[in-house]
Design a protein around this ligand. Structure first.
Ligand code: ZN
Length: 230
């Protein structure tokens, strides 16, 4: 099974990929992870990537494509997260392998903003406790959202270590709106590219983030089954 997952910030894309990975034994591939691997093993590519990142620059398409090509060479069971980000990358991917399906997670902007603004993380840097205080029950343009909060047992204190919970600095409205806009601008041309491919088109599975992750993942699996993707 060869999948790509698209989803805006706050859509829980990472959680779904992890659950699909566990369910199907997929390798979860994100460019960030491969970059870190290459840098850590000190490869020529790794050094090149490190140089761009140190300068605070985007890693150019040709380098990203090279890295992904290397990684996908011998894989036939994976989920790509955060790739392809450009039409160039999508075209290069077509030359490497044939994707079975694209999973697109949808949610209205106001829901994503509410969800991200309500994130609370543990203030202890050694702890990965994370929570969400938003209790979303509403209908937006015909989509009926029922997203319960993920609260700690005690008010604003981490269940794992007892430290106080805080909000991440970049989970503020201005940054959230910027992140959503970047996602829109990046993903639209790539999805349009996939839609324009005619007969050999990759099916796009559209899923609304209107229920908690365990239910949303089941919806994705149902769609994969319907398409007989294995
Ligand atoms: Zn904690």
């Amino acid at each position: 099974m060869k999948l790509i997952i698209f989803g805006p910030p706050g859509s829980g894309k990472g959680t779904y990929s992890i659950r699909l990975k566990e369910r199907y034994g997929l390798e979860k591939i994100s460019t960030g992870d491969i970059f870190r691997e290459e840098i850590k093993s000190g490869t020529v590519l790794g050094k090149e990537i490190e140089h761009f990142l140190k300068e605070g620059k985007l890693v150019p398409d040709e380098v990203v494509i090279k890295v992904v090509k290397n990684k996908l060479k011998n894989l036939d069971n994976f989920i790509l997260d955060g790739y392809p980000r450009t039409v160039e990358q999508a075209k290069a991917l077509d030359e490497i392998t044939k994707i079975d399906a694209i999973i697109r997670i949808n949610a209205h902007k106001e829901i994503l903003i509410e969800k991200i603004s309500a994130r609370r993380i543990c203030s202890n840097p050694k702890c990965d406790g994370n929570y969400n205080i938003a209790d979303i029950r509403k209908t937006v343009n015909g989509v009926d959202y029922l997203l319960p909060p993920l609260l700690p047992k005690n008010d604003l204190v981490c269940d794992k270590c007892g430290s106080p919970l805080i909000q991440r600095e970049d989970d503020n409205l201005k940054t959230i709106e910027e992140r959503l806009k970047i996602y829109e601008n990046q993903s639209r041309p790539v999805l349009d590219y996939y839609k324009s491919k005619g007969a050999g088109r990759v099916p796009i599975i559209d899923i609304w983030m209107s229920r908690p992750p365990e239910i949303t993942v089941e919806k994705i699996i149902e769609s994969l089954n319907q398409l007989k993707i294995k």
